[in-house]
Design a protein around this ligand. Structure first.
Ligand code: DLL
Length: 434
């Protein structure tokens, strides 16, 4: 009898995930007009912008002209905090992200929105080979953060057995891995490492076959570390609360290292800094339109996340457009002595070295204004500094200072998103001994 996750991707909704792209485009067109009709009817912030742009009738809009319509930014959501973008009062729950600078973003969901969310998350899990026989160890935080409940809704929709661990209390998590032998792990990539190390320390074998890791940027080098530590297939899952939460895009076992976008619900574009579309394969900021959401639907939301777009995976039953592993947020991109660097590019170099642990910190040292330095703190028992500096210089075109510290010095986070970047302009170093 087979139990748990399959080693092949399951199509949960063949007509939606595997349907003819031409037909899907027709559906998107219909849904786009319905969305614009809803927005104009609600007469809110987006309606005012549409009218200013000369669009007063939803029937006048076509997919080809989408890129000409006004966008919405995170600043707009803050300016109209808490619910200025809500257009339907049948709200059943609220989620959000803690955000930077202490400014939260709150997202109201209708029952329809929760239904869409469960649907796209069930598809994401199915693509990872999760079946109704699977046991899902869900260590994403439950709460306002969308990770925990998003996976939960999707797991239930699929009929899998979800264990709602939430974040933290790692000892108890280790205990339940030993007792329940879950085959699917869902958590941030940094917590996957933390849990894997805790399992090893406790002499508990990993029972996981597949994992869906996201909520923070991570590289293929990190993937190798996680796969090695936990014996899993490690897949990337992406999403943002403004759009729905996890499930906007997710790798499947057969998606060739990129993430399938649930584009029948979330239309995706990639644009340059001036908002102009970039061709497939060129990194751009992802812009999302929530075609089917009703509580707080967004037209052309600028996510701040940078990634490439591509067509469907050649050998997959899925016919969805794909997005590459997100490189990072536009506002996390460092400009050091004129060179643009995403912390994830540093990760790719650092973790490719087998002598370095997966715990590292990129420090943007601005103490001397005229001479910014990029410092990279790594944990290793070896003197890897010279090698890494040479490789970082080759990859980034930038001289970095690598500092090797002992195991355990770089701060870990048991809950929430990993902090990979520290900005240092004065005072104490972000890590002792720097
Ligand atoms: O992080 C939703 C989520 C939960 C996604 C669980 C995946 C798994 P927020 O807290 O609103 O929502 O944060 C959204 O996190 O704009 C990205 O900058 C970043 N992010 C999310 N997933 C990835 C990923 C959730 N796979 C913000 N790779 C987004 C890189 C990611 N960055």
């Amino acid at each position: 009898m087979s139990t748990g996750a399959h080693d092949r991707a399951v199509l949960v909704r063949p007509g939606d995930e595997g349907g003819d792209p031409g037909l899907r485009r027709e559906t998107q067109q219909v849904r786009l007009r319905e969305l614009v009709r809803r927005l104009l009817g609600a007469d809110g912030v987006i309606a005012a912008r549409l009218r200013d742009a000369g669009l007063c009738d939803a029937d006048d809009i076509s997919l080809d002209q989408l890129h000409l319509l006004p966008t919405v930014s995170k600043q707009d959501l803050w300016d109209h905090y808490p619910f200025g973008f809500q257009v339907d009062d049948r709200i059943v729950c609220v989620h959000g992200s803690s955000g930077t600078g202490g400014r939260p973003t709150l997202i109201p969901y209708t029952a329809n929105d929760v239904n869409v969310w469960a649907e796209v998350m069930a598809r994401a899990l199915g693509g990872a080979g999760v079946t109704p026989k699977s046991t899902v160890h869900n260590a994403y935080g439950y709460g306002l953060f969308t990770g925990g409940l998003g996976v939960h809704h999707g797991g239930l929709r699929l009929g899998a057995r979800v264990i709602p661990l939430s974040g933290g209390m790692t000892e108890r998590q280790v205990r339940l891995v030993a007792d329940l032998r879950p085959d699917v792990l869902c958590c941030t990539p940094s917590y996957a490492i933390h849990l894997g190390e805790a399992l090893r320390a406790a002499n508990v074998d990993s029972s996981f076959r597949v994992g869906l890791f996201g909520a923070e940027p991570w590289t293929d080098a990190m993937r190798d570390k996680i796969e090695d530590l936990l014996g899993v297939r490690a897949l990337d899952i992406y999403g943002l609360s403004e759009v729905i939460g996890p499930g906007v895009a997710c790798e499947s076992l057969d998606s060739g290292g990129m993430l399938n976008v649930a584009e029948d619900h979330f239309l995706v574009e990639a644009v340059d800094e001036d908002g102009h579309p970039v061709p497939d394969g060129t990194p751009g900021e992802l812009v999302f339109t929530t075609l089917t959401k009703t509580g707080m639907p967004l037209l052309r939301y600028r996510s701040g996340d940078v990634a490439v777009l591509a067509g469907p995976a050649p050998d997959s039953a899925r016919t969805l457009r794909r997005v590459g592993k997100p490189l990072g947020r536009r506002d996390d991109m460092l400009v050091v002595r004129g060179v643009n660097v995403f912390p994830s590019e540093v990760e790719a170099v650092v973790l490719a070295d087998g002598r370095v642990s997966p715990h590292y910190l990129v420090v943007d040292d601005r103490r001397v204004e005229k001479r910014p330095e990029l410092r990279v703190v790594v944990e290793s028992a070896h003197d890897v500094a010279d090698d890494l500096e040479t490789r970082l210089k080759a990859r980034l075109g930038l001289t970095c200072a690598v500092h090797v510290v002992a195991h355990g010095v770089v701060p870990r986070s048991e809950t929430g998103k990993a902090r990979r970047l520290a900005r240092w302009s004065a005072g104490q170093p972000p890590v002792p001994g720097l």
